[in-house]
Write a protein that binds this ligand. Structure first.
Ligand code: S3P
Length: 435
């Protein structure tokens, strides 16, 4: 198990680029594989989660050529996938598992899906239930990986009211819905990230949106030919948080995807008094992209809950770190989904930030943090959770003395260049190391 020691930083600064968006990378290669033509994917995230999706497609006979973060994928059409010779390895990735289960609902062959211990603890019944109604057959009565499923060539359309706001659930159903004749719709309690619907629409699929409900027409041909993946906002959030705590004069992250279903972190930071602004906003493949500039700012505690949670679902751990340095109380509620992420993030955040001296209390659906607290360096655990590991590394920048984060391999699942960029922004002699 490898560990990293991070010392305090007086200042961070510079201009950096983060790798491609994890959610969009998964979707780009899946839609490319189902397309009826050759498709290019640029700025694909070379992280372990997305590589699991790519390997799964390769083992279902999808021809592809990869050169670093550029891919050329020969789409096989909706019905061209072949039965894989061995189980599909989903690693640590809930997105790989759930999105592929949607696609596999339309495949008339049996597949076994496997994952690492963390993924094997995460609930799959949230997709097993709707996909079974659409015609997928699950061979073992399990609600977790490993599982075996067999799809069908006669997928039934479904009108699904999801009890959770989850883009993975929504996407699984919509991908299965491509194979159905008729309309498949998903309605969510709050809006989750909408990359699947944007990318389906850009690929010629009829998509209709009404409030938190999205519908697609099945038996469509997918005409995806090129995707350019923007920088990952969720990865940028760690560096932006470092900047909000320590940037003088400023820190800029360039070319970041700023789809509003993802940028709750930015709205919350502004509500906390943080200086965060967008510039050079453009659009690529239906996704808005911008440069984001932050400065060290005094911040205050706020209440976070409701529809904001899905918009900041992956940024709650790093927001909790910011809250330890903000004036007053931060109350995070309606966030019990965090208990079924790569770790039980409410409990692991409380445990590890407490080791660093934070005043943080766990409640069933969130945490309460009292700030500001001087943090102290400590030995902390990632619990195999990439976002917890990176949040603790940012907390270490404002702690007194060094912090050792144990079990940091997991960072490579979503942000393989994290440690290099963290070094680059804290070294005053190398501002803008990679941009
Ligand atoms: C993702 C959706 C979210 C998010 C995850 C990626 C996606 O999960 O937490 O990191 O790519 O669809 P849920 O759908 O479980 O909320």
């Amino acid at each position: 198990m490898s560990s990293k020691t991070v010392g305090p930083a007086k200042a961070v600064r510079g201009t950096v680029l983060v790798p491609g968006d994890k959610s969009i990378s998964h979707r780009a290669v899946i839609l490319a594989a189902l397309s009826n033509r050759m498709c290019t994917v640029e700025n694909f995230l070379d992280g372990e989660d997305c590589l699991c999706t790519l390997d799964a497609l390769r083992s279902m006979d999808v021809p592809m050529v990869r050169q670093g973060t550029s891919l050329q994928i020969q789409g096989l059409g909706l019905d061209g996938l072949k039965a894989p010779p061995k189980p599909l390895w989903c690693g640590n990735s809930g997105t790989t598992t759930r999105l592929l289960m949607g696609v596999l609902t339309g495949q008339p062959f049996e597949v076994r899906l496997e994952g690492d211990p963390s993924l094997s603890k995460r609930p799959m019944d949230r997709v097993i239930d709707p996909l079974s109604r659409m015609g997928a057959f699950f061979l073992d009565s399990v609600t977790h990986l490993p599982l075996r499923m067999r799809g069908t060539r006669s997928v039934k359309p479904l009108q699904w009211k999801s009890p959770v706001a989850s883009a993975q659930v929504k996407s699984a159903i919509l991908l299965a819905g491509l194979y159905a004749s008729g309309t498949t719709s998903v309605e969510e309690p709050s809006a989750s990230r909408d990359h699947t619907e944007r990318m389906l629409q850009a690929s010629g699929v009829a998509v209709k949106r009404e409030g938190n409900k999205v519908s697609i027409q099945g038996t469509a041909t997918v005409r995806a030919s090129a995707f350019h993946v923007p920088g990952d906002f969720s990865s940028a959030a760690f560096l932006l948080a470092a900047g909000l705590l320590r940037a003088t004069p400023e820190l800029v992250v360039r070319g970041v995807g700023v789809n509003s279903t993802r940028t709750g972190f930015m709205d919350l930071v502004k509500a906390m008094g943080g200086s965060c602004r967008l510039s050079k906003t453009t659009e690529s493949g239906g996704e808005p992209i911008a440069d984001i500039t932050v400065k060290a700012s005094p911040m205050r505690g706020i209440a976070i809950g409701g529809d904001m949670i899905p918009r900041a679902i992956d940024e709650i751990p790093i927001l909790a770190v910011l809250a330890t340095q903000a004036q007053g109380q931060t109350v995070i509620s309606d966030a019990k989904e965090l208990r079924v992420k790569e770790s039980d993030r409410l409990s692991t955040l409380r445990e590890e930030l407490t080791r660093m001296g934070a005043r943080i209390m766990e409640k069933p659906d969130g945490v309460v943090i009292e700030g500001p607290t001087p943090l102290k360096g400590a030995v902390v655990q990632s619990h195999g959770d990439h976002r917890l590991a990176m949040s603790l590394a940012i907390a270490a920048l404002v702690a007194e003395g060094p912090t050792t984060i144990v079990d940091v391999e997991c960072v490579a699942t979503s942000f393989p260049t994290f440690w290099m960029l963290l070094d680059a922004i804290r070294s005053p002699r190398r501002p803008g190391a990679n941009a």
